[in-house]
Design a binder for this molecule. Structure first.
Ligand SMILES: [Zn+2]
Length: 175
């Protein structure tokens, strides 16, 4: 594995990844790196939900296929790959959606394979219920905003910054 560079994991990057207004790239010294893979970590945190290993390094590297990958690493030596785990595995109908992701290190993820627990189902149910409330709230917000011709840039900014952040904070507290 050839390491290209270590990317800064700044608060601003985290916030913009959460609110979805970040482009898919971040530029370091004039070179663009793809960062959308990191979005799940910005939402769900960087700590493995099973063993507690903390991801603390974003590394751009070139594995065997010759394409630059950007991933989060952690653990004692900073070489433990952090992954986004599908709470309900894809093979059992789990969605490719941030509501179905949680942070897990590659070691625990390999152990879990496609064997979800009852805790996983509880968490998934909770998140789906919460997401339904969130979507309803967001639709109402859109309707009010458009009726009153309030639909300005600053309202969109508010929606992206706070509505989404509030949602995932609540989802994390209860999950
Ligand atoms: Zn782990």
């Amino acid at each position: 594995m050839k390491i290209v560079t270590e990317l800064p994991f700044k608060k601003s990057l985290r916030n913009s990844l959460r609110s979805n207004d970040h482009g898919p790239f971040v530029t370091v010294k004039g070179v663009k790196y793809p960062v959308m893979r990191l979005r799940s970590f910005a939402i769900h945190g960087c700590t493995c939900c099973r063993c507690g290993a903390a991801g603390n390094k974003i590394i751009a590297y070139i594995p065997g296929d010759g394409i630059v990958h950007v991933d989060l690493f952690g653990g004692k030596h900073g070489r433990l790959l952090m992954t986004k785990d599908h709470i309900i595995p894809r093979s059992k109908g789990g969605r490719n959606h941030w509501m179905n992701y949680q942070t897990m290190c590659s070691r625990c993820n390999a152990k879990k394979a496609d064997q979800e627990t009852t805790e996983d189902w509880k968490l998934s149910d909770f998140r789906e219920r919460w997401n339904a409330i969130h979507v309803k709230f967001q639709n109402r917000f859109h309707r009010i905003a458009s009726q009153r011709r309030f639909y300005t840039k600053s309202i969109l900014w508010f929606r992206d910054r706070y509505l989404h952040r509030f949602t995932y904070i609540v989802a994390r507290i209860f999950s």
